[in-house]
Design a protein around this ligand. Sequence first.
Ligand code: ZN
Length: 113
Amino acid sequence: MHEISIILSIISIVEEEAKKHGISHVHSVTICVGELSCVEEQTLRGCFEVATETSSLAGAKLIIEPVEAVFNCARCGGSIRAHTWLNTCSHCNANDLNLVQGRELFVKNFEAD
Ligand SMILES: [Zn+2]
């Protein structure tokens, strides 16, 4: 269950930012989640609901923005967008791909009073 630790760190990031800006009520939190980050969206939502219940984020909505995966080919330099892991380049068939984005998970912003 690494979703719960992700959620706890998201909550502490938002709480800290909210405190810095003198915000008492957060309406919603938007996070960007890479399509290859191996986290379950439903589990994230469930954890968020439970973990915020007793925090200053109680009642806040969790908005998840998926981030598409992008690979870069080391041989031809092409970039390939995908929704799953790829092994071979669709331009030159080399199996020399590097993942450029798609595993990130971060707080994009939050809305508050
Ligand atoms: Zn290639």
